[in-house]
Design a protein around this ligand. Structure first.
Ligand code: HEC
Ligand code: HEC
Ligand code: HEC
Ligand code: HEC
Ligand code: HEC
Ligand code: HEC
Ligand code: HEC
Ligand code: HEC
Ligand code: HEC
Ligand code: HEC
Ligand code: HEC
Ligand code: HEC
Ligand code: HEC
Length: 448
């Protein structure tokens, strides 16, 4: 073994030895070789912490210390820096990423003799050790990540070296899944995974601490804007806006940031998302929006898409250029000059010939003999009645979604509809009671 004796070491050792002796006990420094360094009088302080380093436990100082002068009782280290330890411990860093102090000094972190833990750290806890050098980590934010809060740096990092950048115990993504198995499971189960999730959790989250809730990198309000700014700009262009986009959790009122069973990362397939807010009357500057949940629970006959628990075929909830956030065109008023395009919403699913043919025996049941009463009511150059004059768009207790009443200006016009064997009977504010019959047409003078 090469013994490197350098004057500097001797000076340091002498200095420390003297201090140790003075503060411990006034014992004469031996002037000749002694049998044991760990007698009660001398270096017993080196063995007073709970754990002893292997060779120290064996009372063997020689692997590390070599006597320079027995008379002066001076010693030198047998070799310098990490090499001293490599004599017995695994030599040289071998992995791709090496912690820089691991290359220069083992004793900045380990006590060569004794320690409070098995790892012989110079500090009481690992966290204290890391923060000795990484002081800036203490100042990152108000919301601290669980394992960081309890000082468990080594659940994610290796202290010496690693195959992964930033000394992580595995890849950046895998590290998170070590504990967040519930998220990992969700990602595996769900049909759609948000694109950035598959790459890096840290595009949205901090790993240690954050000034924002959920360890987010940006104010929750701005998290989605980081990448969907264009879409948000487009939303501003709409003539009709939906408060849901800007109130409370904003985008997260409807979307899951990680994964979802639907294509569009919606929290849920069903209308339940909407009914979280539309379960009460909402008063806006212009109107009182009725309680939709109540409409759906107090009316037994739900319109097709609502039976499927789906509001989305008819409403564009980011915003729209049609009133009531409708997805396709639909007349806003009781009367509308007839143009088939104005009824795009309904004819997206229903047969448009329903209102185009004056005579029919097949296109609709709303006829008197072969006289098409849909054509008669709706298909008029000026004051055609919109579908909403007779039908409820969401739900009704009457057959074929006939309304109980319809707003007519500021007046609520009642509609009393009765189904008959081959037709129906209607008593409204529009006209006296009228009956239609598909088999035996009722005779009317329509010029009246
Ligand atoms: C594994 C190597 C190793 C062994 C074994 C070892 N020492 Fe040390 N010792 C060191 C190192 C390294 C230093 C210098 C400490 C530093 O630089 O922080 C040191 C420093 C000292 C000092 C200076 C005071 C101090 O507390 O730092 C004394 C005294 C000492 N050792 C005594 C002993 C005695 C007595 C033994 C045997 C029972 C022993 N050492 C065994 C490595 C060792
Ligand atoms: C003479 C051989 C020898 C030298 C030199 C040596 N060690 Fe050790 N070290 C041991 C033995 C033996 C153990 C006990 C191993 C065990 O209990 O499994 C040990 C244990 C340790 C442990 C605790 C490991 C555990 O899992 O309990 C640490 C940390 C450690 N040594 C660090 C160092 C450092 C740092 C140096 C250099 C300053 C060093 N050793 C030099 C022999 C040595
Ligand atoms: C930045 C601080 C730091 C430095 C520098 C450092 N260690 Fe460690 N070492 C630790 C910590 C922390 C642990 C406990 C690891 C754990 O619990 O996973 C440890 C554990 C150990 C162990 C026991 C577990 C194992 O990995 O076998 C040994 C032996 C050890 N170190 C030796 C060394 C040697 C030799 C050097 C210098 C080449 C060194 N250490 C440098 C912090 C450090
Ligand atoms: C003696 C000082 C010191 C101690 C103690 C220390 N580190 Fe470091 N650490 C450094 C230095 C120096 C760097 C390199 C900084 C750089 O490259 O910017 C570093 C870098 C790192 C890096 C980044 C590595 C990379 O690839 O960029 C991580 C992670 C890290 N340390 C974690 C820890 C942990 C965890 C502990 C406690 C177990 C710890 N450090 C204790 C000095 C220290
Ligand atoms: C939950 C896992 C986790 C815990 C616990 C953790 N870290 Fe990290 N740390 C990371 C990840 C992931 C990175 C890599 C960030 C990146 O690549 O951008 C990192 C990066 C670092 C860096 C490199 C500098 C930087 O900001 O990129 C240092 C230094 C560091 N951590 C120190 C610590 C210390 C000290 C502790 C304990 C107080 C700790 N870490 C606890 C996951 C963790
Ligand atoms: C060692 C286990 C562990 C690892 C690894 C881990 N976490 Fe955590 N994480 C926790 C614990 C514990 C909590 C706190 C849970 C609580 O308060 O309900 C938490 C909470 C969170 C939270 C929610 C914070 C809040 O305010 O509710 C986020 C976001 C998070 N972790 C992201 C990550 C990311 C990203 C990674 C990977 C870099 C990661 N975690 C790795 C254990 C871990
Ligand atoms: C596109 C941005 C984004 C990415 C990427 C992302 N998250 Fe999140 N994460 C969020 C948002 C936003 C929240 C807050 C959710 C809320 O308010 O309900 C959150 C919440 C969390 C929570 C706490 C609430 C919960 O659902 O348990 C954990 C844990 C979490 N994320 C872990 C992760 C992990 C692990 C990854 C990587 C696999 C990841 N996140 C990737 C945006 C993201
Ligand atoms: C780091 C960038 C980034 C952030 C931050 C981000 N997204 Fe995305 N998002 C994407 C990318 C990339 C796609 C893939 C589709 C595309 O090419 O536009 C996507 C797609 C989507 C989709 C459509 C689903 C799909 O798979 O096509 C929705 C919905 C979505 N994001 C919502 C959100 C919400 C809500 C937030 C805020 C919690 C958010 N995003 C934050 C990048 C991001
Ligand atoms: C009221 C519920 C709701 C809110 C709030 C909401 N979305 Fe959506 N989002 C949807 C629905 C529903 C779809 C599917 C649209 C469709 O299929 O027609 C969608 C689709 C998307 C898509 C994919 C399709 C596209 O248009 O590019 C992205 C990206 C998206 N939303 C981002 C956002 C962002 C960012 C926010 C917040 C500014 C937000 N959403 C707020 C319900 C909502
Ligand atoms: C976070 C609460 C919230 C959620 C979730 C929500 N809404 Fe709304 N919605 C509102 C509020 C508040 C208004 C009234 C203010 C406004 O936007 O003009 C409203 C208004 C509407 C309007 C009428 C707009 C107008 O101009 O008269 C429609 C239609 C609508 N929502 C449909 C939906 C649908 C469909 C869903 C589900 C995809 C949904 N909403 C989810 C809060 C919500
Ligand atoms: C078949 C198409 C369709 C479906 C499906 C649909 N709506 Fe509507 N919705 C409409 C039409 C048409 C209007 C405009 C009614 C009017 O004022 O003439 C409307 C109006 C509204 C209004 C404004 C208040 C009102 O009564 O005028 C709200 C709020 C609303 N819908 C919410 C929902 C919710 C929530 C769902 C799912 C539970 C849903 N809608 C499903 C067609 C539909
Ligand atoms: C997304 C497709 C869709 C849209 C848009 C739609 N409907 Fe429907 N509608 C249906 C389905 C599905 C049924 C149920 C058919 C069945 O039960 O056989 C239905 C049933 C009806 C019925 C009752 C038929 C019967 O035989 O009981 C009427 C009336 C009706 N819709 C009127 C309208 C009106 C008015 C509009 C425009 C405001 C409209 N629908 C828009 C899909 C739609
Ligand atoms: C004047 C009232 C009235 C108007 C306006 C009206 N309907 Fe009807 N509609 C009815 C009646 C009554 C029935 C029931 C016929 C029967 O089953 O006897 C009906 C039946 C239907 C049916 C079921 C299939 C059928 O034709 O028998 C659909 C679909 C329908 N209407 C769609 C519409 C659409 C779309 C509009 C607007 C373009 C509209 N209705 C306008 C009164 C009206």
């Amino acid at each position: 073994m090469v013994i490197a004796i350098r004057p500097l070491h001797i000076v340091v050792l002498i200095g420390v030895f003297s201090v140790g002796i003075m503060t411990a006990r006034a014992v004469e420094r031996p002037t000749e070789a002694v049998e044991s360094c760990l007698t009660g009088e001398c270096h017993s302080d080196l063995t007073q912490r709970r754990f002893l380093h292997g060779p120290v436990a064996q009372k063997d100082c020689s692997p590390c210390h070599v006597l320079v002068s027995a008379q002066k009782h001076t010693f030198a280290l047998t070799t310098e820096g990490p090499a001293l330890c490599y004599v017995c411990h695994e030599a040289e860093p071998t992995l791709k990423f090496v912690h820089s102090p691991f290359q220069t000094s083992c004793t900045v972190c380990h006590d060569a003799h004794t320690g409070d833990s098995r790892d012989l750290l110079v500090t009481k806890t690992t966290e204290e050790l890391c923060r000795k050098c990484h002081i800036e980590l203490a100042r990152e934010g108000a919301y601290v990540h669980g394992p960081v809060a309890v000082g468990d740096c080594l659940t994610c990092h290796r202290a010496h070296q690693s195959d992964f950048p930033k000394l992580l115990v595995s890849t950046k993504q895998e590290v998170c899944f070590d504990c967040h198995t519930e998220i990992q499971e969700r990602l595996a189960e769900q049909a759609t995974v948000h694109d950035p999730i598959t790459k890096d959790c840290l595009t949205c989250h901090y790993m240690h601490a954050s000034p924002y809730e959920f360890l987010l990198r940006h104010d929750p309000k701005d998290t989605c804007m980081q990448c969907h700014q264009n879409l948000v700009e487009e939303m501003k262009e709409f003539q009709y806006h939906h408060n849901a986009v800007s109130m409370s959790d904003q985008c997260l009122n409807c979307h899951d940031p990680h994964a979802s069973p639907t294509d569009q990362l919606l929290k849920d397939f069903s209308m339940d998302i909407c009914l979280e807010c539309h379960d009460r009357k909402i008063t806006t500057a212009n109107m009182v929006i009725p309680d939709i949940k109540e409409q759906l629970t107090t009316n037994s006959n739900l319109h097709g898409p609502l039976r499927e628990k789906n509001c989305l075929p008819c409403h564009n909830v980011h915003g729209s250029n049609t009133f009531r956030l409708l997805a396709l065109d639909f007349p806003e008023n009781f009367y509308a000059p007839f143009e088939v395009e104005r009824y795009e919403l309904c004819f997206h699913c229903h047969e448009k010939n329903l209102v185009l043919e004056p005579k029919t025996t097949a296109l609709t049941d709303f006829r008197n003999g072969d006289l098409n009463l849909h054509f008669l009511h709706v298909n008029k150059k000026e004051r055609g009645r919109s579908c909403r004059a007779c039908h409820a768009e969401h739900a009704s207790n009457n057959p074929v979604h006939i309304r109980d009443a319809v707003p007519y200006g500021n007046w609520i016009l009642r509609i009393v509809y009765t189904e008959t064997e081959n037709g129906g009977r209607c008593f409204t504010g529009c006209h006296a009671e009228r009956t239609y019959d598909r088999v035996t047409p009722v005779q009317y003078d329509l010029s009246q």
